[in-house]
Design a protein around this ligand. Structure first.
Ligand SMILES: *[C@@H]1O[C@H](CO)[C@@H](O)[C@H](O)[C@H]1NC(C)=O
Ligand SMILES: *[C@@H]1O[C@H](CO)[C@@H](O)[C@H](O)[C@H]1NC(C)=O
Ligand SMILES: *[C@@H]1O[C@H](CO)[C@@H](O)[C@H](O)[C@H]1NC(C)=O
Ligand SMILES: *[C@@H]1O[C@H](CO)[C@@H](O)[C@H](O)[C@H]1NC(C)=O
Ligand SMILES: *[C@@H]1O[C@H](CO)[C@@H](O)[C@H](O)[C@H]1NC(C)=O
Ligand SMILES: *[C@@H]1O[C@H](CO)[C@@H](O)[C@H](O)[C@H]1NC(C)=O
Ligand SMILES: *[C@@H]1O[C@H](CO)[C@@H](O)[C@H](O)[C@H]1NC(C)=O
Length: 790
């Protein structure tokens, strides 16, 4: 939220009557026998009828007091106050007032930051983590320490390497972002329509048996929220801030970069909330943009509520200057389809907006139906929720050994080996008699979670992880902190490096460099860190191991080229078990398999204006484009980079070489579905393809582990479309699968591809097209041609 709004930031007001310390009798709506004569308590009625019934009992004042994340109680109806704002990006977090660790539950699992989990490319991991967070969340709810509505996942595309919140996202690829969104939301919201294990590997859109109605009570274990709609990926750059920024987006980029993760999050994930962002999109603040919100609700079928980012209604007026007064801002967002405001702006200005006839009471009722429907689906209107099906979850279900193991597993799977000269790693346990661990973050367990971290179950540092392997492990910070302004600590670091057999230098960034409201200006290691790494490397007996922390890409070309730096490992923000996972990898107990979910650009990329939202390169104006799909410049590491202690070879076991668009070609042609130049058919419009069924195919792949270690391996299948349409991507990911392999063994996996979804992209008008002709499929060094014909 804008820092100058002195709201309710860390104030904890929420279901105070619910907390175990309270002596007041808990307040629940529909608690038999007293209140269940209300029709909104009648579980035989559809959700929307119950919500309508509830609204019919409320006065205008009471209605307005529901339009804030701190929603007021209505005691005469038995309705308690409710705090809508809880956070759970990669574990329960205290960023929202809904979550508190002051109570029976004093800690919860801190999984790796999302970007590192994305690096596993493992759908079942994502879903398991989301389910594990959900169990802890529901347990905390039962003890009055959390709400039931959480504002995660963050599925904005990691478009610019400087973005302070790129760490929170699944990376730069819209297809990976979509897949993550679906797994996260399904795993987190629980209930019905969940993807069964295994099917997650396939791209199938699950049919929803409930599309006709509006859900039922108890069908949501929790509510997840796809944020921030849309094109939000700039905190502060020059005179631009996220509050005043107008993202100028082409229709093409809108359709095939910015929207896909949100669309999947709502359509397939069935998220029950969407958050609109601070920024404007092509001149209109996102929360006031009717088309944008209607797309989510009507086209994607959002069943749920739309919240503003915190104080994003105030910013419509105060930063975006889109309206002239607060009442117009309130009217615009309510008419656009926003349902609730994080903040107090609607509490303060809605009545005046009604008196000025800018807002009608029915505009509020429309919003309230969405809000109450979600609460009813969450089981909040069925009497004491602690008597319901999740009611027994409690402290015994938080920080369990299985959950901690999963946090460890997530870190193991995500960590990326970037460089490993002459198989320097893994180190042999019995050979290493002493180890020096150097760097300002190396012995700081508090920085391993990244943004949106709560209180972890345990807090061990990277140094602690190494000490479990090598008794004689010494430590020096080298720099006072990550900013590393001074070289005062270098001598101590160099001295311990000289003494040790092997040296690990931990460099990189933390939240002091990249976070909410704070983008980076450079991609280089901060301050004198590069000098620290180089001087330690020069002094060590053996080449050193460089461990890089943080979310944003780093220009570490100096290290890539240096023979004194044998190995490099990116650990992102690895979460509470990160220290152990890193040590296990360095000592060969785990074979690394993570792959970078974003491009690592050189420092020269910082010449690109951060506010230029175009994805596609524009060579005539020296604009290099963004992400592996469009970027034409040089890179430090490519999207998908990631080594292993083994090598892998591939074989296509089966891959189609030809597909035909079936269905009534004549009809399609009549409807202008096909683009034709002369005799040549160029492409077809996806929205006019009679059926995409005949264009779905599966690629069977055999992966051989030709190394001497078992290991997880990520198979990435890319395609390059024929260049018949302006703005075709260089290549794009069309499927991925992570497999467990054994040394000298081969493993087969199958990747389902939906041509309509994955081989297509948008034309300049933002309409999705599938080029006809030869698409090239890439799998490592292998290529295969797939011809699409009519
Ligand atoms: C609940 O709703 C059903 C369906 O409309 C109705 O038949 C029933 O009488 C209602 N129950 C009560 C207690 O009002
Ligand atoms: C939340 O709203 C109630 C009124 O229902 C008010 O008393 C309380 O101070 C508010 N809490 C915060 C943190 O704003
Ligand atoms: C924790 O809760 C107790 C009891 O409700 C309260 O007295 C105390 O001030 C709280 N501490 C914090 C840090 O909020
Ligand atoms: C880092 O340390 C310097 C002193 O060397 C200090 O001035 C600066 O505020 C610190 N930065 C952070 C983010 O703690
Ligand atoms: C993998 O293969 C490459 C090229 O043959 C080789 O240079 C490298 O050492 C191998 N790596 C491992 C871990 O076997
Ligand atoms: C994917 O994650 C699941 C859950 O942690 C795990 O069981 C499986 O082994 C992982 N697959 C790979 C290839 O790492
Ligand atoms: C894998 O094959 C190589 C070469 O045939 C052999 O040296 C090695 O022992 C095998 N490793 C395992 C684990 O079987």
């Amino acid at each position: 939220m804008p820092p100058h709004f002195p709201l309710f930031f860390f104030v904890f007001f929420f279901l105070s009557s619910f907390s175990s310390s309270s002596t007041r009798k808990p307040l629940f709506p529909c608690e038999p026998p007293k209140q269940n004569s209300y029709q909104f308590c009648n579980t035989s009625l559809p959700i929307s009828s119950r919500a309508r019934s509830l609204i019919s009992h409320l006065t205008l004042q009471e209605k307005i007091r529901q339009l804030s994340n701190n929603a007021s109680a209505v005691p005469r109806l038995g309705i308690p106050a409710y705090q809508w704002w809880s956070e759970s990006l990669h574990g329960l977090a205290t960023n929202g007032p809904g979550v508190s660790f002051n109570g029976s539950i004093a800690a919860a699992a801190a999984f790796p930051q999302v970007l590192l989990m994305a690096a596993s490319f493992n759908r079942s991991l994502w879903s398991s983590v989301a389910s594990a967070v959900a169990v802890e969340a529901r347990a905390m709810y039962n003890y009055g320490q959390a709400g039931l509505t959480f504002w995660a996942p963050n599925v904005n595309v990691f478009r610019d390497p400087r973005w302070g919140r790129g760490q929170e996202t699944p990376g730069e690829d819209p297809m990976v972002g979509s897949a993550f969104a679906v797994e996260f939301v399904k795993g987190f919201q629980g209930g019905n329509g969940r993807i069964e294990s295994g099917i997650g590997e396939k791209i199938r859109v699950l049919e929803d048996d409930q599309d006709d109605d509006d859900g039922k009570s108890g069908d949501l274990m929790l509510s997840a929220c796809c944020k921030h709609l849309t094109a939000y990926d700039l905190e502060m750059w020059g005179s631009f801030s996220r509050y005043n920024f107008n993202a100028v987006i082409t229709d093409q980029d809108f359709e095939d970069t910015y929207q896909p993760p949100f669309r999947s999050c709502v359509q397939q994930g069935k998220a029950s909330c969407v958050m609109c962002s601070y920024n404007a999109v092509n001149g209109v603040p996102a929360c006031a943009q009717k088309d944008l919100l209607a797309q989510a609700r009507d086209k994607w079928g959002l069943k749920g509520y739309i919240t503003s980012d915190c104080d994003a209604v105030a910013t419509v007026l105060e930063y975006q200057h889109y309206t002239k007064n607060p009442e117009d801002a309130v009217a615009d967002v309510l008419k656009a389809g926003m349902d609730i405001n994080c903040g107090t702006y609607l509490l303060r200005h809605t009545l005046a907006a009604i008196q000025q006839e800018k807002v009608l009471e029915e505009d509020i009722d429309r919003a309230l139906i969405n809000l109450f429907s979600v609460q009813i689906r969450l089981g909040l209107f069925d009497g004491d929720p602690r008597k319901g099906k999740y009611g027994r979850l409690g402290p015994q279900d938080v920080c369990t050994s299985e959950t901690k193991k999963l946090a460890l597993e997530a870190a193991r799977q995500g960590i990326v080996l970037l460089k490993n000269d002459k198989k320097f790693l893994p180190l042999k346990k019995d050979v290493v008699s002493s180890l020096a661990v150097i760097g300002p973050l190396a012995d700081d367990g508090t920085k391993l979670g990244g943004g949106y971290t709560g209180v972890p179950c345990s807090q061990k540092s990277l140094f602690d992880g190494f000490r479990d392997y090598v008794k004689k492990t010494s430590y020096a910070a080298g720099c006072f902190n990550v900013s590393c302004y001074s070289d005062e600590g270098f001598d101590e670091a160099i001295n311990i490096a000289k003494e040790a057999d092997y040296v690990v230098v931990v460099a990189g960034i933390d939240l002091s460099q990249e976070t909410e409201d704070h983008d980076r200006v450079s991609l280089l290691l901060p301050g004198k860190q590069m000098a620290l790494v180089s001087s330690v490397a020069a002094a060590s007996k053996n080449p050193v191991i460089l461990v890089l922390t943080g979310g944003g890409p780093l220009d570490v070309l100096f290290a890539e080229k240096s023979p004194q730096i044998a190995s490099m490992i990116w650990v992102g923000y690895p979460g509470q078990e990160g220290g152990r996972a890193l040590a296990e990898i360095i000592f060969g107990d785990v074979n690394p398999g993570g792959r970078l979910p974003m491009t690592w650009y050189p420092e020269a990329f910082t010449n690109v204006p951060m506010n230029d939202m175009r994805m596609r390169a524009d060579p005539s104006r020296g604009y290099p484009g963004r992400t592996y799909r469009f970027y034409t410049g040089s890179r430090v590491y490519a999207f998908g980079q990631g080594l292993s202690y083994s090598n892998y070879t591939y074989r296509f076991l089966s891959v189609p070489s030809k597909l035909s668009v079936s269905g009534s070609f004549e009809d399609a042609f009549r409807e202008n579905a096909i683009h034709q130049v002369g005799d040549q058919l160029d492409y077809i419009y996806i929205d006019a393809v009679p059926s995409c069924d005949s264009l779905r195919f599966s690629v069977e792949i055999s992966t051989m582990n030709v190394g001497d270690m078992d290991g997880a391996h990520v198979v990435l299948l890319f395609s390059r479309p024929p260049k018949v349409v302006q703005g075709a991507p260089e290549k794009q990911l069309i499927g991925f699968s992570s497999v467990n392999t054994i040394s000298n063994g081969s493993t087969s996996t199958s990747i389902l591809v939906d041509s309509c979804m994955h081989l297509s992209f948008a034309n300049e008008k933002g309409r999705r097209v599938l080029p006809l002709g030869d698409h090239t499929l890439f799998l490592g060094d292998l290529e295969s041609t797939l011809s699409i014909e009519t």
